[in-house]
Design a protein around this ligand. Structure first.
Ligand SMILES: [Zn+2]
Length: 199
C-alpha cells in the first residue's frame, strides 16, 4: 500500500452510515375554545370525546453513532417526555419509535446533521451532496425559487436542501450569529458532536 492511500482518511470518512430513528409522541388534547368549528381540529377529534383532538409532539428523527435498538430509543423518548418543561394536559399518550434509515445525514427541521469525525468543510459539503444524490434529489445550483416544487418526485423530503443556495451555517461559534456559508460548527453543534447544514 502506498503512503498516499494510507494517509488518505477521506475515503473512510465519507462512507459513514449511522442508524436513524423517527420518534413521536401523540395524545389527545383539548381543542382551544376558538377552534371548536375549525375543520383541521374536527378532522382529528377523538371518536368519543369530540372536544379533544389528536396532536403530535416531538416528531423528529434522531441519529445514533451505533444502533441502540428500538427499546432503548423508546425508553429515551419516554424520559424526554416525562422531563419536558411544560407538561401537557392530555390522554391516550402513544410513543412511536421506528428505525427508518442507515445514512450519513439526518433530517431535522430545515436542516441536516452528521457526526463530527474530523471532516474538513470541503469533505462535509461533498458528503452532503453525495447523500442528496443517493436520495435522488436533483440539486439546483442556481437560484430558482420553484426548483423545490419541481423536483419533489424523489420520495425524500429534503426541506429545501435541494437548493444549493439555501445551505447555511453560523458565522461564528455563537449559535445566534448570522447564517452565512455552510457547514455549521457553532457551539451548539460542538456540544452535540455534530456538523449541521441549515437550509
Ligand atoms: Zn451549529
Amino acid at each position: 500500500m502506498d503512503m498516499q492511500k494510507q494517509n488518505n482518511t477521506v475515503a473512510d470518512k465519507t462512507l459513514q452510515k449511522y442508524p436513524i430513528y423517527s420518534r413521536s409522541v401523540s395524545c389527545y388534547e383539548k381543542i382551544p375554545e376558538d377552534k371548536l368549528n375549525d375543520e383541521w381540529y374536527i378532522g382529528r377529534s377523538h371518536p368519543e370525546h369530540e372536544e379533544y383532538f389528536l396532536n403530535y409532539h416531538m416528531y423528529y428523527n434522531q441519529m445514533y453513532r451505533e444502533d441502540p435498538g428500538e427499546e432503548f430509543v423508546l425508553q429515551e423518548l419516554k424520559e424526554v417526555w416525562a422531563n419536558r418543561q411544560k407538561p401537557i394536559d392530555c390522554f391516550d399518550v402513544k410513543f412511536e419509535v421506528k428505525k427508518i434509515d442507515e445514512e450519513e445525514w439526518c433530517l431535522t427541521w430545515f436542516a441536516h446533521y452528521t457526526f463530527d469525525i474530523g471532516q474538513s468543510d470541503e469533505e462535509v459539503l461533498r458528503s452532503f451532496e453525495d447523500f442528496l444524490l443517493r436520495k435522488k434529489i436533483h440539486i439546483s445550483y442556481g437560484y430558482d425559487p420553484y426548483s423545490s416544487i419541481l423536483n419533489d418526485d424523489s420520495g425524500y423530503c429534503a426541506m429545501g436542501a435541494e437548493d444549493r443556495w439555501r445551505w447555511k451555517g453560523r458565522k461564528t461559534a455563537d449559535c445566534n450569529s448570522e447564517l452565512v456559508d455552510p457547514p455549521c460548527r457553532c457551539n451548539g453543534c460542538k456540544e452535540r458532536g455534530i456538523i449541521t447544514i441549515q437550509h
